[in-house]
Design a protein around this ligand. Structure first.
Ligand code: ADP
Ligand code: MG
Length: 256
């Protein structure tokens, strides 16, 4: 079972690639158990932020803490051990493998008995494997993927592939879930279904969610707090209603 969510604090985060500042002194916090949206036009620095939080990119300056732990000092496998899991903007699943096998990948970081024990099929390893499969089944049921566990991912709809991507992150039982553009490329109908799935995940699993989205209307019914980025800088922050009528935000989105 997951630990209780902690506060995520992003403090004065700067990430530079050569001459480009992908993020410039960005600060915001995700309160435990809330859905916080990070939005902004293409190239605003949203994925870069997720990549730093997940340990894939190094911060140039500033720091990120999760509870008492500093994420900016850790590689991605250590970040995962602290209960932080992410999805990718571009789906990164094993297409030939079944839904179940893809979800089991999310359990690997928790496998205690190790490769040798699994190879020898010790009673402990078998017990652990049964527990992993049970967890994966629970996650699949929560996401509406229960009937599809034995189906290879390549034969799923785009919307269901996005759910598997989310399920793989959830299989690790994170207390903080980082979602990078969960509805990119979806139809309006599929987006509405995904919004309902995210609400359900939050309700049933009690975790925090940092929702990175390009699609502003999508986050409005989902997030308690919104941080808006443009060209790597924070330009607004507040409730969905507040940021929606912020002139700077309208300018960034509409080019007005
Ligand atoms: P968003 O996710 O908001 O669309 P990104 O974080 O992907 O934006 O990109 C922000 C800026 O950082 C862009 O100018 C992008 O080209 C640049 N960038 C992102 N990742 C890298 C990288 N690994 N190397 C060089 N530039 C990068
Ligand atoms: Mg992105």
């Amino acid at each position: 079972t997951a630990e209780a969510p902690k506060r995520l604090a992003v403090e004065e985060l700067t990430v530079r690639f050569g001459g480009i500042s992908a993020l410039s002194e960005v600060s915001f916090a995700v309160e435990p158990g809330t859905v916080h949206a990070l939005i902004g036009p293409n190239g605003a620095g949203k994925s870069t932020c997720i990549n730093v939080l997940g340990g894939a990119y190094r911060a140039t300056e500033g720091r990120v803490t999760y509870g008492d732990d500093e994420l900016t000092a850790l590689p991605s496998h250590r970040t995962a051990e602290l209960g932080v899991a992410r999805t990718f903007q571009n789906i990164s699943l094993a297409l030939e493998d079944t839904v179940e096998d893809n979800l089991l990948v999310g359990r690997h970081r928790l496998m205690r008995s190790g490769v040798l024990a699994s190879a020898l099929r010790t009673p402990g390893a078998r017990r652990e494997e049964r527990a992993h499969r049970a967890t994966v089944r629970d996650i699949a049921d929560l996401l509406g993927l229960g009937p599809l566990l034995d189906v290879p991912v390549h034969s799923l709809s785009y919307g269901n592939r996005k759910r598997v991507e989310m399920g793989r992150a959830l299989a690790a039982r994170p207390s903080l879930l980082l979602l990078d553009e969960p509805v990119a490329g979806m139809t309006h109908g599929e987006s509405q279904e995904m919004a309902e799935t995210i609400r359900q995940v939050r309700r049933d699993l009690g975790l925090s969610i940092l929702l990175v989205e390009h699609d502003m209307p999508f986050v409005m019914g989902l997030a308690e707090q919104v941080t808006v980025l443009d060209f790597g800088k924070k330009i607004a922050e507040g409730t969905p209603a507040e940021v929606q009528r912020d002139p700077e935000v309208l300018r960034a989105y509409l080019g007005a």
